[in-house]
Design a protein around this ligand. Structure first.
Ligand code: 16G
Ligand code: ZN
Length: 532
């Protein structure tokens, strides 16, 4: 075994002078320096599975919304969650070892230190997005898996959330937590059924145009549509060209729409047409439309969270379950202040703010009975605690009204991908809610008015100097900087601003919001000057 591991590592030496880091979204960089990382991730995935006595671990090869020449890899825990933090560290250490002998030694020493049975089975599910480098990087990963003697199932092309779904299915098969059939078709069947049951005869008003970022979401959505009756919802698929991988995320997709605050230039949508954009691996979704005056409006992650929280709150009340569990909303500092106020004041629900990065939101939501979590950039989902799921499953309605609401609630539980934020699942949930409320995007937008805001990126020599606290809303270092920020914020009506070191780029991000656009811009510029 020792030799097989060293032999696998020997096939792909690490690139010179590159420091690899398992970050908030796994390893992500230019695809041509990733080969060694992939093989080693194969080894780590096998070891992680062995540490859990052969439970299935996921490996997803993707770089999400990054440009076509990038790629990356993330590992998935048995219930479909992101990799545990101590294993992120092990992955980083493994990726930065130089020689094959060091890799083999590290594998065995880690096994010994963590008391992992090296003869335990190792099982891994693997998939990739549509990037041109994917096939090569898959082969590199398989070399690691084979070197470690792991059993694996290669599912070819999948969206990131589909891979998370499969991992959870494999690990819950035959238990009372059974999540679904562990096949790609099983995913579509589950979504399609739940969607129709949740609609309860309601129909979506008008069609939905979905921009798939020329990524894997395109072909997968085309499959999913076969399980959705056209009378219930007509979906128009655009930007689904995966034959030309160099078009991935170029002038389209959720990140383009959010960053540029505009529809993709190729969009042919007319006034009041409901549109949404997925990102390259279909775990983020952004809604948007142009109003009758051709003004563009974005309905981002904050909007999806508030819509879902208000709908679930109503459903739970209609079921007669309002006293049984609490719904909470998890946001980051980037959530628009108006959305926070709407959830707390109008919906009467608790809001928790966490650090940026999906795993932080997910952990906070896990502490709630029903936890709605979304980043403004469109990544998020809703999770139900075990006790909540049991109660919803066992509850006996007392009248026909309760029975009706309960059926919709149970269908929503099925429709929501509780393993991870899933653009396709989130999108169908939004469609269900709009159909029930008989709302267009205009009514959705009218629930509250966003405060004007500005996001700036400030280049700094060392972002490590910027240390934040209080969910990244306050800087503790460099000393004195926060006091100066507080000073300028104080002078602005409805002003709020913070500066935090980016986790993915060498920069500090500055966010500011205020009562007017001019004040928000001015505040952002002033805070940027302070951190420069
Ligand atoms: C990562 C995170 C994303 C977050 C972004 C912030 C995951 C899967 N991805 O892409 O959620 O919004 O980082 O980037 O957690 P920043 O630290 O550069 O602002
Ligand atoms: Zn993504």
């Amino acid at each position: 075994m020792a030799d097989a591991i060293a032999a696998a590592a020997a096939k792909h030496p690490p690139a010179e002078k590159v420091k690899y880091q398992y970050g908030t979204a796994g390893f992500r960089m230019k695809a041509d320096i990733l080969d060694s990382v992939m093989t080693r991730c194969g080894l780590i995935a096998a070891l992680r599975s062995r540490s859990l006595k052969g439970r299935w671990i996921g490996v997803m090869i993707t770089a999400s919304h990054n440009p076509p020449e990038d790629n990356g890899v993330k590992l998935v825990e048995p219930m479909g969650n992101m990799l545990a933090e101590d294993w992120e560290k092990l992955s980083t250490q493994m990726a930065n070892l130089q020689t094959p002998e060091e890799v083999s030694k590290f594998y065995h020493e880690t096994a010994t230190r963590l008391k992992i049975d090296r003869t335990a089975p190792a099982r891994v599910v693997i998939a990739r997005d549509t990037r041109a480098s994917g096939a090569r990087l898959l082969a590199c990963t398989l070399e690691g898996l084979k070197g470690a003697g792991a059993e694996y199932k290669d599912f070819g092309f999948l969206t990131t959330p589909q891979l998370h779904y499969l991992v959870r299915c494999f690990n819950t098969e035959g238990t009372h937590q059974e999540y679904g059939k562990p096949t790609e078709v099983g995913y579509y069947e589950k979504m399609g059924n739940a969607f129709q049951r949740a609609l309860k005869g309601k129909e979506a008003a008008g069609s939905l145009t979905v921009d798939c970022a020329n990524g894997v979401g395109g072909p997968k959505l085309t499959q999913l549509i076969k399980y959705i009756p056209k009378e219930a919802l007509e979906i128009i698929v655009v930007n689904d060209n995966v034959i030309k991988p160099e078009s991935l995320n170029v002038d389209c997709g959720a990140d383009y729409v959010k960053t540029n605050q505009r529809a993709p230039p190729s969009s042919k949508a007319g006034p009041n047409d409901r549109c949404c954009s997925l990102d390259g691996d279909a775990d983020r979704v952004m809604y948007y439309f142009k109003d009758a005056n051709n003004v563009f409006h974005l309905l981002d992650g904050d909007r999806i969270a508030t819509l879902a929280a208000s709908f679930l709150g109503d459903l739970v009340r209609q079921c007669g379950l309002a006293d049984s569990f609490k719904i909470g909303v998890v946001q980051t500092a980037y959530a628009n202040g108006a959305s926070t106020q709407y959830v707390e004041r109008d919906l009467g629900l608790q809001v928790v703010c966490t650090n940026t990065g999906v795993k932080y939101l997910h952990h906070a939501a896990e502490k709630m009975d029903i936890g709605v979590y979304f980043e403004a950039n469109g990544h998020g989902t809703i999770i139900f605690s075990e006790a909540t799921l049991d109660k919803i499953a066992e509850y006996e309605p007392r009248n026909p009204g309760q029975a009706q609401a309960l059926e919709v609630l149970r269908a929503c539980v099925e429709l929501i991908n509780q393993a991870v934020g899933d653009a396709l699942s989130d999108m169908l949930l939004v469609e269900v809610i709009l159909a029930h409320k008989q709302w267009s995007c205009n009514e959705w937008l009218a629930t509250y008015t966003d405060l004007p805001n500005r996001l700036l990126k400030v280049k700094v020599t060392d972002r490590g100097l910027f240390q934040a606290t209080d969910a990244e809303r306050k800087l503790v270092k460099p000393e004195g900087v926060q006091a100066r920020i507080d000073d300028v914020v104080k002078k602005v009506r409805q002003g709020r601003s913070f500066a935090r070191a980016s986790g993915t780029e060498d920069a500090v991000r500055v966010y500011a919001e205020a009562a007017t656009r001019a004040e928000a811009d001015d505040l952002a510029n002033k805070v940027a000057k302070i951190v420069e």
